[in-house]
Design a protein around this ligand. Sequence first.
Ligand code: ADP
Ligand code: MG
Length: 259
Amino acid sequence: MSVNTAEIALQADNLHKAFGNIDVLKGVSLAARKHDVITIIGSSGSGKSTFLRCLNLLEMPDSGTLQVHGEELDLSKAAAGQADKALQRQIERTRAHLGMVFQQFNLWSHMTVLENVMLGPCCVLKRDKDEVEKQAKSLLDRVGMLEKCHMYPDQLSGGQKQRVAIARALAMEPDVILLDEPTSALDPELVSEVLLVIRELAKEGRTMIMVTHEMRFACDVSTHVIFLHQGKIAEQGPPEQLFNHPQSEHLQRFLSSQY
Ligand code: ADP
Ligand code: MG
């Protein structure tokens, strides 16, 4: 992808990650411009979650570089345990610019919906509590969850939990939102309410990188699609090209297994 660096929201170059002697990511690169919606597709075990977790450094890649918010991180130093204080702070800053939405929601069960959304801005960003509460309520309103703001996660359906998790990610005002199969844990009838929220975020111009098995949705909302196969990008391009004219046999086989 040739991209004007001024527009870059996130760029990863040549990420490698092994677990023991298993190479899970074998040099994966990605460049997301502002307002891009990039979807990552691929079979189970192809490294999609590991890739997303490496992008927000929940998992430390073994090597490669990551550029977020105009700062470039050399990951080999961090992986080799040579992260000095300056690099540690750089890692924390990078994480703070990225929001994450997980398949299993990962809400705090002992906190109300509102408290879940307010936690990051108050505790990590140290913002004023009243202001944060106002913003949190407006975000909950946008995902249709304001009425339930004093409930606890286990009083909610999966779709409602995921909408709260999306509001929580937005509350940190991230440059990029990473979503790992946000609808895979939902009962089929609850999938569409979450996809609708994500679709609205895309329309607003939010930059997103998303792993999904919802192929039709991916085809509709994405600006760019990446097909990961055994830890490498086997094919990528605009959705129309990937879904309608897959070139590689692996992608053809993968797509025909999805419908
Ligand atoms: P996907 O999300 O595409 O299904 P994953 O990124 O979860 O794939 O996993 C890719 C491979 O990496 C799998 O073989 C998985 O078993 C392995 N893997 C992922 N995380 C770990 C871990 N923490 N320790 C060891 N192996 C892991
Ligand atoms: Mg996964």
